[in-house]
Design a protein around this ligand. Structure first.
Ligand code: C2E
Ligand code: CA
Ligand code: CA
Length: 724
């Protein structure tokens, strides 16, 4: 083969050839095979592009599915053959390795990616195909009902005009037409109708319409029929099934009209029928494929959700029970024995589960991976669901043979049971999922019952954690400032920045709830930087509004630092940059670090703080007295302020305060002063507390007695009020 023959274009053409060979026999087209192939070529090109493009866009492949319908490839077989061809040949002939002449074989990773891309393409093609087919059906139905109305008019006219013209319309029509008298006896049928019913005219003529009942008939079909033959209705249109003489089923769109004579007296009924059997089968099959898991044949997540929603919308008195099963240690099986063995195990598990839920109102589905659900409905699910869970545990107890090995399978089940109509499907499933994890954490191989309170906590915790990252992007955080007041003269010296989260659903959330989550997820670093940036800018704005030289000096800002921020390499450079950009003197910033974060800190951890302190930034030891730091150790730390924890002030609520407490505070204050540390007290709620703390020698205070945390402008007002 010459290099030229082997170029990407030739390979694309070969792919189109294979595809057209597969499709041509199942396509009702007037094209020749080569013509058909050239029609597929641009579609093949689109598939190749979809395989190559950096970001996958489903729309392009969906368009290919739709184009197939347009090219009359509407048989169910056409879709499945297309998917087979794409699956087997697309990567081979059109993958990057194949297209790139002379390139070394694609890396395994790349090939893996191509395979994944290829299956996304197949899904998109199937989706586009199904949608186009649905749209075409709808368009056709509209056209047919229009044609039916036209035909009815023409037939009626013809009946009145001339017998010959009527015959022409009748026999030439592409849709089935039959005429019966008002008692239901079939008088005339056209060729199209005879073909639809299997080709034998005598099987139709002379029969009574009423004989063609079918179990799928809805009752209103026959009510409409009665109304029509009584003369109370001019026509009706239904979807109806018929048994053909050979026992097979014919599905039709059926339009029946009443024909009146010239005086308007009802005379005949005229039926127009369109064969929709194939389309229906295709739709059923597409629906089946969309709602079942390919590996195990069990209903999939989509179908399960439909059923669950239905169960939850059942009327008063109805209950539901749900078992959410996750296999314990399935990953180990997959990793050690391979995916094929894992798949066989899942199939066997699926079979056993299915055998557990056979009663009416019960179903089993596979949600994905090794997660299954069993649903039971009815009035008495309270104990039924327990039994169901027991049956499932039992079914798993016998080891499963895979590749000659006996594998012991265990599972954890989360059970949710309750009255229908109280919760949505997603919420129920989430609760079951959370409960299943509880069973797993308790050691697995067991089932647990959902506990709404534990759920609620876990859900909001989970929900908040996942909402955190976007919250920063969306600007949902804001900062309140709480004044720091000089105990000697009562002047406002600065404020502590306290972050809040304005959550779109939960409203304002306090930092105690989300800071631990942010620390856990690492968001605290960007969030902390944001708080620092805002606060520094705010301090600069206060300064600009008051004048830096005004006594008692500019308003300073205190910003809290989390332990994670302390160890973050960018701390010093970020802080310097933020200060410089805002034009704020380092002495106007105080960073608060908790005592516990510094317990046992080595020099490496202290280095960045020391550097900041050398630059003139104050470091405060926050929540002092809650940890167990060695007071003598304080000398080693680069701190200049101690913030006495609120617990000390709380101890002074009662009057007179506990003399031992007072002694402790006095001791801390004198030690701090001897080390050149200023003392700030938190949580000052009353004037009496303030007086006492002043007497004990504390320097600065913060608390509701002075002000609650609030917007930055209010601080400025307080400071001004003070100055006058
Ligand atoms: P904290 O640093 O000890 O902040 C003082 C807390 O005491 C604040 O709670 C404040 O509203 C509250 N408080 C002030 N005066 C009084 C009072 O007179 N009585 C009582 N009962 N409480 C008072 P908040 O704002 O809920 O903050 C809680 C904690 O969240 C803070 O404790 C701090 O550790 C943390 N936090 C707040 N903002 C940030 C931040 O930007 N970064 C980091 N890492 N942590 C922050
Ligand atoms: Ca603080
Ligand atoms: Ca504190």
């Amino acid at each position: 083969m010459s290099a030229d023959q082997d170029g990407p274009e030739d390979r694309l053409r070969r792919f189109a050839t294979i595809w057209s060979r597969a499709l041509f026999p199942v396509t009702a087209t007037s094209l020749t095979r080569p013509e058909f192939e050239s029609r597929l070529l641009p579609l093949a090109r689109q598939l190749r592009a979809a395989l190559d493009e950096r970001v996958f866009r489903a729309a392009a492949s969906e368009h290919v599915g739709a184009a197939l319908v347009e090219a009359h490839c509407t048989e169910p077989e056409a879709l499945s053959r297309t998917l087979d061809v794409v699956d087997a040949y697309l990567v081979l002939y059109c993958g990057a390795g194949a297209a790139d002449e002379g390139a070394a074989a694609a890396e395994t990773g790349d090939r893996e990616e191509l395979r994944a891309r290829c299956s996304r393409i197949q899904h998109a093609v199937a989706a586009g195909f199904a949608r186009a087919l649905r749209e075409r059906t709808r368009a056709e139905q509209e056209a047919i009902s229009r044609a039916a109305l036209d035909a009815r008019g023409t037939v009626a006219e013809a009946l009145h005009a001339s017998e010959a013209r009527f015959r022409a319309v009748f026999h030439g029509a592409a849709i089935g037409i039959g005429i019966a008298d008002l008692r239901g006896t079939v008088l005339e049928v056209n060729d199209a109708l005879i073909r639809m019913f299997g080709g034998l005219e005598h099987q139709l003529r002379g029969r009574n319409v009423a004989e063609w009942t079918h179990p799928d008939d809805s009752p209103h079909i026959w009510r409409l029929y009665e109304e029509l033959v009584r003369g109370d209705r001019e026509h009706y249109r239904v979807e109806k099934a018929f048994y053909r003489p050979d026992g097979t089923v014919l599905w039709t769109n059926l339009t029946v009209s009443l024909l009146r004579d010239a005086d308007g007296v009802p005379q005949y009924q005229l039926a127009l029928m369109e064969d929709t059997t194939e389309r229906r089968l295709l739709n059923l099959r597409l629906r089946y494929e969309a709602t079942h898991d390919a590996l195990t044949g069990l209903p999939n997540r989509t179908l399960f959700f439909e059923r669950l929603e239905k169960a939850l919308s059942a009327g008063a008195g109805a209950r539901f029970g749900l078992c959410y099963l996750d296999l314990d240690g399935f990953k180990t099986v997959n990793d050690s024995l391979g995916h094929a063995a894992g798949d066989r195990l899942l199939v066997e598990v699926a079979d056993r589960l299915q055998a557990c839920a056979t009663a009416p109102g019960e179903m089993v589905a596979r949600l994905g991976g090794d997660e299954f659900v069993a649903l039971t409905t009815g009035p008495d699910t309270e104990h039924e669901v327990d039994e169901l869970a027991g049956r499932i545990m039992n079914a798993l107890a016998t080891p499963i043979r895979v590749d000659g090995r006996e594998l012991t399978v265990r599972g954890s089940i989360g059970i949710v049971e309750g009255p229908a109509a109280e919760r949505g499907a997603a919420e129920v499933l989430r609760s079951a999922d959370i409960t299943m994890y509880r069973a797993k954490h308790a050691g697995g191989n067991r089932y647990e019952l959902a506990d709404p309170e534990a759920d609620a906590r876990a859900i909001t915790r989970h929900g908040l954690t996942t909402a955190l990252p976007v919250a920063l992007e969306r600007g949902e955080f804001f900062i309140e400032y709480q004044p720091l007041v000089h105990l000697g003269d009562g002047s406002v010296r600065g404020a502590e920045a306290l972050v809040r989260w304005l959550h779109p659903q939960h409203g304002v959330i306090s930092p105690d709830r989300f800071i631990p989550l942010a620390e856990h997820t690492g968001l605290i670093v960007p969030l902390g930087r944001w708080v620092l940036e805002q606060s520094v800018r705010q301090a600069r704005a206060w300064e600009a509004a008051t004048g830096a030289d005004q006594a008692p000096g500019p308003l300073r800002v205190n910003v809290n630092l989390s332990p994670c921020q302390l160890t973050h390499p960018g701390l010093v450079s970020d802080t310097v940059e933020i200060l410089e950009r805002a034009g704020l003197a380092p002495a106007s910033l105080c960073l608060e670090v908790t005592e516990s974060a510094l317990i046992g800190a080595d020099d490496d951890l202290l280095k960045p703080l020391r550097r900041l302190a050398e630059m003139g930034v104050d470091i405060a030891l926050d929540d002092f007295g809650t940890g167990y730091s060695n007071l003598a150790n304080l000398r080693r730390l680069p701190v200049s302020i101690l913030k006495l924890d609120r617990a000390f002030t709380q101890g002074m609520q009662h009057f007179p305060a506990d003399p031992v407490d007072l002694k402790i505070i006095e001791g801390i204050v004198s030690l701090a002063h001897s080390l050149d540390l200023a003392v700030t007290v938190e949580g000052v709620e009353t004037g009496a507390q303030a007086d006492q703390l002043r007497e004990l020698g504390c320097d600065t205070a913060q608390g509701w007695y002075y002000a609650r945390p609030g917007p930055p402008d209010r601080l400025h007002e307080l400071a001004l009020a003070d100055a006058t």
